[in-house]
Ligand binder design. Structure first.
Ligand code: ASN
Length: 341
């Protein structure tokens, strides 16, 4: 039986054309996108498409759109074998991470992809990205899907979506997954690294879709010279429930009393503070240096080797599910979808 794949077009460069009045790239409609890739008809699967009413540049992405994507997948979950989400590359890692948390017990592939050049451009990377994403979404083994998680495919590699970061604004190789190896590599053959995939579930539990993402959160990147006013104004944001703090190296931060006291007070008042590293690779190891000992004592949540994108998605998801108090820390520090060690 041919695999049935649903293409969900949200926008992004892949489907953009130049506005000749202004020179800026703008999203155009889905039919034109598909008309630009006659090769889709040669694929050995049934492809159907669905598009956002108004496709967007992914810089306009937000949790309301994430819910729309989750809803489309939920509504069509039984009817299709796999899903390919066409998305702008700028915030793709955030959206794909978010969907990985929103789709609990996912038993089918959801592959995010996009491109650096529009599909109509002669040197476009869009065709390969789209065609291979569809092929991966259609892969089956013993009658079941090979990939049962949210992936991100770009420039010959499928990554676990919640491990990725956009690292280049110009190169075709725009994404990296520094703390987890690629799941599939595309060359003459599609090489599937089965050991790295989330384990196929023997008995699938029903898909559970979590649509509530609480965005009362903030992300603060430390820099030498950060002053008290900056920190306290972030900590005093009304309704702030969680702060992802991008620290240095293995989770280190300045040892100034005002800095540590401010964090301590905020935590006492119920704020969840997650320690993630601003390095692209490696992990937080609180207590390894003197500069992170107090953070450990203050009970900052250990983000380990999670990306900032996945950390933001995970806090919004956990706050949305109303996990509270001590449990929040325990669950955050547990890998839920393969997003951390
Ligand atoms: N600005 C575009 C977007 O994220 C960039 C891209 O898709 N390459 O929608």
């Amino acid at each position: 039986m041919k695999s049935k794949i649903l293409l969900i077009y949200t926008g992004g460069t892949i489907g953009m054309v130049k506005d000749y009045d202004t020179g800026a790239l703008k999203a155009f409609n889905f039919e034109e996108l598909v008309n630009n890739i006659p090769e889709l008809n040669q694929l050995d699967c049934d492809i159907q498409g669905m598009s956002f009413d108004t496709p967007i540049d992914s810089s306009n992405m937000n949790p309301v759109y994430w819910r729309d994507i989750a809803q489309i997948i939920e509504d069509n979950y039984e009817a299709f074998d796999g899903f390919v989400v066409l998305h702008g590359s700028d915030t793709m890692s955030y959206s794909a991470s978010a969907l990985s948390f929103m789709l609990e017990n996912l038993g089918k592939p959801v592959i995010f992809t996009g491109s650096q050049l529009p599909i109509g451009d002669l040197r476009t990377d869009a065709k390969e990205n789209l065609i291979t994403s569809i092929q991966i979404a259609a892969l089956k083994k013993k009658g079941g899907p090979v990939v049962q998680e949210v992936g991100l495919y770009f420039e010959y590699k499928l990554y676990r979506a919640n491990r990725t970061t956009k690292i280049n604004a110009e190169h075709f190789e725009a994404f990296a997954s520094l703390n987890y190896p690629p799941l599939v590599e595309s060359g003459v053959h599609l090489k599937v690294h089965e050991t790295y995939l989330l384990k196929r579930q023997a008995k699938l539990k029903p898909l559970q879709v979590h649509k509530k993402m609480d965005n009362n959160v903030a992300l603060l990147k430390l820099f030498p010279g950060i002053n008290k006013e900056v920190l306290t104004s972030v900590l005093n944001i009304t309704n702030l429930k969680a702060l992802v703090l991008e620290t240095y190296g293995a989770g280190n931060a300045p040892m100034d009393e005002w800095f540590l006291d401010s964090l301590e007070n905020a935590i006492k008042n119920g704020l969840h503070i997650i320690n993630v590293t601003q390095c692209s690779g490696g992990a937080v190891a609180m207590g390894h240096y003197e500069t992170s000992e107090r953070l450990k004592e203050l009970q900052l949540i250990n983000g380990k080797d999670i990306t900032s994108e996945a950390a933001m998605a995970k806090v919004m998801y956990l706050l949305g599910t109303k996990v509270s108090g001590k449990l929040f820390k325990t669950i955050f520090e547990t890998s839920l979808r393969g997003e951390m060690v």
